[in-house]
Write a protein that binds this ligand. Structure first.
Ligand SMILES: *[C@@H]1O[C@H](CO)[C@@H](O)[C@H](O)[C@H]1NC(C)=O
Ligand SMILES: *[C@@H]1O[C@H](CO)[C@@H](O)[C@H](O)[C@H]1NC(C)=O
Ligand SMILES: *[C@@H]1O[C@H](CO)[C@@H](O)[C@H](O)[C@H]1NC(C)=O
Ligand SMILES: *[C@@H]1O[C@H](CO)[C@@H](O)[C@H](O)[C@H]1NC(C)=O
Ligand SMILES: *[C@@H]1O[C@H](CO)[C@@H](O)[C@H](O)[C@H]1NC(C)=O
Length: 411
């Protein structure tokens, strides 16, 4: 049985768009961020192991070094909302909650740096954070200075409680300038487009000049339906989003939820494969102190990380949908190509997808020959092929086959 792949879309080439000039995020950011798994749990009396306090980040940092996460590339340990005290100090400075962060943020940053890791913090462009802690509106320069003094390496800047959405652009730009003026290199993670989409299509040329990555769409949840809605939204906006991604600035589809409760192993493989194809930041939100070995191996898979961190820095796109399979490709350095084929039929067992290499929009990678390596669902060297080859992939429901094709000049 042959299914011919109906190719709807050719990956657009990148127009050189100006980038935020801070030398950071030349490949998508990798690290850990507390939000999806730990939310705004401030109940340290009843739940000391999972509440937002300094020990959580210190323990995560310890594990990241001991268990190979840093070595695999996961570098940033990031706090999300709910770290501050409800009031600024007498000088108007943000301060950490004194009960939950008794040593202060500077000490915590020093600890994380002492492990060879980088430290991220969270603030908000508006008058309050999403959880109701002090926002940075009116304090951008002061807060940027405070973060620089503490040794912050990354700022996630949320978009709640901006008085008027037309101020989002100026707010995000002013903070970008304030960070630059501290003289410290601070990676700037924005949510400007996410908050602007409710009113109009954001100007991504401006966003790329201002931020190192930017959230476009809803928060990720620990569920397959959440992953699917993010991926489908990205595919339906790829003409706009793919050209603006590149070294220094990336579209951010939100955290990896691999290793939690909501995704089957096939679905975890799908998230990992698609986040690599989409050149997304790989910010895990899970409990690295207690994670199943299969999830750990998937998150640390060197071959998938190599696709994510490919030096060409081009975001992949969905090239077709056929028979409840979605096909994605991402161009790689040295003329290579990564392909992800997702089985979207949540019914029945594994289904075969016959891929005719000559029908790919980037079929030239196999002309005259290419070397095919399957990375997911299991590692398999599939050998040397030409445009005439048909490869059959067996893919579980909501699972993904991830493959690389490497151009071979002479054979
Ligand atoms: C600030 O921006 C200028 C160019 O606009 C750049 O050369 C410089 O490296 C930036 N400094 C920091 C700390 O990001
Ligand atoms: C951004 O900075 C400009 C110039 O200093 C100022 O006029 C404007 O009010 C600021 N906007 C916000 C939202 O901070
Ligand atoms: C977006 O901003 C750029 C300047 O950075 C401008 O040239 C362009 O016209 C704007 N695009 C739209 C659609 O407004
Ligand atoms: C194909 O790729 C595999 C995996 O990287 C490698 O071991 C093998 O030598 C390659 N074969 C050719 C002919 O390049
Ligand atoms: C592919 O098939 C065509 C038509 O059958 C043939 O002319 C061509 O030589 C084949 N190419 C390769 C690399 O086998």
């Amino acid at each position: 049985m042959m299914i011919s792949l109906l190719l709807l879309f050719v990956c657009v080439s990148v127009c050189p768009v100006q980038t935020l000039d801070n030398g950071l995020a030349m490949t998508p950011t990798m690290g850990w961020l507390h939000w999806e798994r730990f939310l705004c749990n401030t109940d340290c009396e009843n739940d000391p192991n999972n509440c937002i306090r300094e020990e959580l980040y210190m323990q995560m940092a310890d594990v990241m070094v001991k268990e190979g996460w840093l070595e695999a590339g996961y570098e940033y340990v990031c706090i999300d909302d709910c770290w501050p005290h409800h009031q600024r100090d007498a000088q108007g400075r943000l301060q950490a909650d004194p009960k939950r962060f008794p040593s202060g943020i500077k000490k915590l940053a020093d600890y994380i740096h002492s492990k060879g890791l980088k430290f991220g913090i969270y603030a908000d462009v508006g008058s309050m954070t999403c959880a109701g802690y002090p926002g940075s509106l009116g304090f951008y320069e002061q807060d940027a200075k405070t973060f620089a003094e503490w040794g912050v390496d990354l700022l996630k800047f949320d978009g709640c409680y901006m008085k008027d959405w037309t101020m989002l652009e100026a707010g995000y730009k002013n903070m970008s300038r304030a960070l630059n003026q501290t003289g410290r290199s601070i990676l700037y993670s924005c949510e400007w487009p996410l908050y602007e989409w409710q009113y109009r299509q954001p100007n991504y040329t401006e966003i790329r000049k201002t931020c190192n990555h930017w959230r476009n769409y809803a928060d990720v949840y620990d569920s397959w339906s959440s992953i699917q809605s993010i991926v489908d939204w990205t595919a339906s906006h790829q003409k706009l989003l793919v050209p603006v991604a590149g070294p220094g600035g990336w579209n951010d589809p939100d955290m990896l939820v691999i290793g939690n409760f909501g995704l089957s192993h096939d679905q975890q493989q799908s998230q990992m494969a698609l986040w690599a194809i989409m050149a997304a930041p790989l910010l895990m939100s899970n409990d690295l102190r207690d994670i199943c070995p299969k999830s750990k191996a998937l998150l640390q898979n060197r071959r998938i990380i190599a696709i994510s961190q490919d030096p060409l820095g081009r975001q992949g796109c969905q090239i077709g949908k056929v028979n409840s399979f979605d096909v994605w490709e991402r161009p790689l350095a040295k003329g290579g190509l990564a392909l992800a084929i997702v089985n979207r039929q949540e019914l029945g067992g594994p289904r075969g997808f016959p891929l005719v290499l000559g029908t790919l929009p980037s079929w030239q990678v196999c002309d005259p020959k290419c070397n095919v390596t399957q990375i997911l669902p299991t590692y398999q060297e599939l050998g040397v092929h030409s445009v005439n080859s048909t490869l059959l992939f067996k893919i579980n429901p909501s699972g993904t086959a991830l493959v690389t094709l490497t151009y071979i000049k002479e054979f």
